[in-house]
Design a protein. Structure first.
Length: 133
């Protein structure tokens, strides 16, 4: 679900420069371990992460992403997160998120989940602290 209109997002992001080294641009995440705020772009550079709620791929990452193998890495977002942690991908996330998840039934996990309460709200609070500095 989109938390901001795509028109707002496109005018914010597309009218400005993106970091020259970006490989993946995310509009929302569910887990992060290691991030740094890039004030010039009002976004975060991520290390290890999960959650592909809204993804823009740069052509610079196609070969690495296409190496993903379902037998070795069940979830493509975790695979990309591991590449980012190793420094093999430069992944940035827009803040505030333009896409997120909500508590309720998960079609993927086939059960009721509380991901927003457990994960998303804590990430947003962590990011907000960086932005307010």
């Amino acid at each position: 679900r989109h938390t901001r209109s795509l028109c707002d997002w496109s005018s914010d992001v597309c009218s400005s420069d993106l970091p020259s080294d970006w490989d993946i641009l995310l509009g929302g995440i569910s887990f992060v371990k290691g991030l740094s705020y890039i004030k010039k772009y009002n976004m975060f550079k991520l290390k290890e992460f999960s959650g592909f709620f809204f993804v823009v791929y740069n052509k610079t990452c196609f070969d690495k992403i296409l190496e993903w193998n379902l037998k070795k890495h069940k979830h493509i977002d975790r695979y990309a997160g591991k590449l980012a942690k190793k420094g093999d991908l430069n992944v940035y996330c827009i803040y505030p998120f333009i896409a997120t998840t909500f508590d309720g039934y998960s079609d993927i996990r086939k059960k009721e989940v509380k991901d927003h309460k457990i994960y998303i709200s804590s990430i947003e609070k962590k990011m907000e602290k960086f932005v307010k500095k």
